[in-house]
Design a protein around this ligand. Structure first.
Ligand code: ZN
Length: 609
């Protein structure tokens, strides 16, 4: 029996309460202290999970109460006691995200960071976890889905599990309920997908989904090679109306996705191609699965010892999120899910997300990584003007590195060589990475001097030279204006580019057009409009929808002046919208025809047709 035993039960679905009992057989006789993480690995925001702990009590083995004193917001001290002690508390679980805990009459989900107190001074010790059914969960025939190592469980998965230490314990999220389970093998490894949430499961195209996921997982397993780091894998998927997100773990991932992003049996009747939403879902699966290697095993050294009390700071997220974002779509191409043209267009859209953001000239990717706690994870309405994303620009650095290495070595080497070196020397051995080490490994694995590259694009704010890089591979990189405010980039048949406001537009509940983000130095911003303003009329005509506003603007020309009435809070203002030229910030990538300027025989192979 472990020195540390957790026992958790889904106690009350209507009050959304888990009951947790923690028994410590050999506590610090001078007074044991306990703490709960303030953040969860993979999500860089102080979340103070302790705010959901209720009615924390301590007692001896015989039930004699012991006093518990809060020392800090997430840290408690129990009175000294020689023998075994028991801590009991409840956890309020009403956060339907991959980062917290959620429990109602339909299911229960938790991350260990939300529910399991760490035993200070004994975090390195193995522990046991008993997941105990409640009368409610029994009546509802709930089952358990988790990759926690099993010690002794019943057919439904309730019973005893174990974990090697505290950081391992919190890396196995647990789902309980009547989820739908699908299973497949990838390279001989058993994989499961558990779907939670209201879903018409009989309508889902399970064959398509299993076929696509098998191809994605096998492509990634074969990329990194044997021995494989996992013995099993679980995709735990929560399906809602419109959410999107994922969190990676060592042999599982918790995902949340929109119902409409799943593949449906009747989709084939109208459209042979996979829907954009489904491709997005597959990219999410590909992304989180890739983290099995890149960040869960190849990882910064400071992550390996993080106390999860204070933020940890690293420049390296450009690699862990950027490179993973680059590969997530490329894996779909390598697996034969996205053809050449679709992948290139997908890449153009990904690139557009960077080129649309003037904030990329205000913040380097390295700084975006370092300051993620206050900037990237706490984005406000000014984010497009002020910050850069280490996901999106990080993926452009990955792309730029891959093209540079391929071009300089005549395709003898690529970014894969860097990745595999990191895997062999760090991921597979468990050795953590120091700051700056990845950059030197990029140089060593490619045989190139990349100091200038990193200085300009990682630590500096320059745009990467994609026009010349792509030209060597027979691909044309062009920046064009937006066709409308929702234009996400890529190919367009449209030849005319109507004036744009330079703002993100949504319809408000008042039948007005609301500005959620306003770009500096574009028409709306220069006319004095700000985020939160609601446009009610242009030149005296009511603008009741984004469509109406865009149709109105399309009838006008750059240089026109348009009177504009708008509300800021409950105050009415009037201004004149001068229509400034629309910036070229949408990326378009096209394969050059053989007869075009570059000679075909000199083109290097990348993802050619
Ligand atoms: Zn990620």
């Amino acid at each position: 029996m472990s020195n540390i035993c957790y026992r958790i039960t889904p106690l009350n679905p209507f009050a959304h309460l888990f009951q947790v009992t923690l028994t410590v057989a050999r506590p610090n006789p001078g007074g044991q202290s306990f703490s709960l993480p303030n953040w969860i690995p993979g999500s860089y925001l102080i979340r103070d999970f302790s705010k959901h702990l209720i009615d924390l009590q301590a007692e001896t083995e015989n039930g004699t109460p012991l006093s518990v004193t809060p020392v800090e917001k997430s840290h408690w001290q129990v009175a000294p006691h020689q023998g075994s002690i028991r801590i009991q508390y409840q956890v309020y679980a009403w956060d339907l995200s991959v980062r917290g805990a959620h429990f109602d009459q339909t299911h229960a989900f938790f991350n260990g960071t939300s529910v399991f107190l760490a035993v200070d001074g004994q975090r390195d010790q193995a522990c046991s976890v008993e997941i105990v059914p409640s009368p409610f969960s029994q009546a509802e025939n709930w089952q358990v889905a988790t990759t926690l190592p099993v010690e002794n469980v019943d057919a439904d998965g309730f019973g005893r599990y174990r974990a090697d230490d505290y950081l391992s314990l919190i890396d196995y999220p647990v789902e309980m309920g009547r989820f739908h389970l699908l299973e497949f093998d990838a390279c001989g490894i058993p994989h499961q997908i558990a779907f939670t949430g209201k879903i018409e499961f009989h309508c889902i195209d399970k064959k398509q989904l299993l076929d696509d996921l098998t191809r994605i997982c096998e492509t990634e397993l074969k990329l990194f090679g044997q021995p494989y780091p996992i013995e099993r894998y679980l995709f735990q998927v929560t399906v809602t109306e419109k959410d999107y997100g994922g969190l990676e773990h060592r042999d599982s991932t918790a995902l949340i996705c929109a119902r409409s992003d799943l593949p449906y049996l009747n989709d084939d009747l109208n459209n042979e191609k996979r829907s954009d939403g489904y491709i997005q879902f597959l990219e999410l699966c590909s992304h989180e699965y890739f983290h099995t290697w890149n960040v869960k095993r190849i990882q910064p050294e400071i992550y390996q010892t993080a106390s999860l009390k204070e933020p940890v700071y690293t420049n390296q997220l450009w690699w862990f999120e950027g490179i993973t974002s680059f590969y997530d779509a490329q894996i779909l191409h390598r697996a034969g899910i996205l053809d050449h043209d679709s992948y290139l267009n997908q890449l153009a859209k990904e690139m557009t997300r960077v080129y649309r953001m003037p904030g990329r000239f205000k913040q380097s990717v390295a700084e975006s990584s370092f300051l993620t706690w206050t900037k990237f994870y706490q984005q406000d309405e000014n984010a497009p003007n002020a910050i850069v994303s280490y996901y999106t620009k990080g993926s452009l650095i990955a792309l730029g590195l891959d093209l540079t290495i391929r071009a300089e070595t005549q395709n003898a080497k690529s970014l894969d060589d860097v990745l595999l070196t990191l895997w062999r020397e760090y991921g597979a051995t468990g050795k953590g990475l120091q700051e700056g080490e990845i950059e030197s490994i990029c140089e060593r694995a490619s045989g190139l001097d990349l100091k200038d590259f990193f200085q300009r694009y990682l630590f500096g704010t320059e745009d990467l030279p994609f026009e010349s890089l792509f030209a060597q591979f027979g691909i044309d990189f062009t920046l064009r204006p937006a066709t409308n405010a929702k234009d996400t980039g890529g190919k367009t048949e449209q030849k005319s580019f109507p004036p744009q406001l330079g703002a993100n537009l949504v319809e408000s509940e008042h039948q007005t057009v609301k500005l959620t983000h306003v770009w500096n130095d574009q028409s709306a911003g220069l006319a004095g409009l700000a985020a939160g303003d609601e446009i009610i009329a242009l030149n005296g005509f009511k603008m009741a929808s984004v469509q109406a506003l865009e149709t109105y603007l399309a009838r006008h020309n750059i240089g026109d002046d348009i009177p504009c009435h708008y509300f800021r809070r409950d105050e009415l203002y009037e201004t004149v919208l001068h229509l400034h030229p629309t910036p070229c910030d949408r990326v378009q990538l096209t394969f050059l025809e053989a007869s075009a300027n570059a000679k075909p025989e000199k083109r290097l192979k990348w993802i050619q047709k």
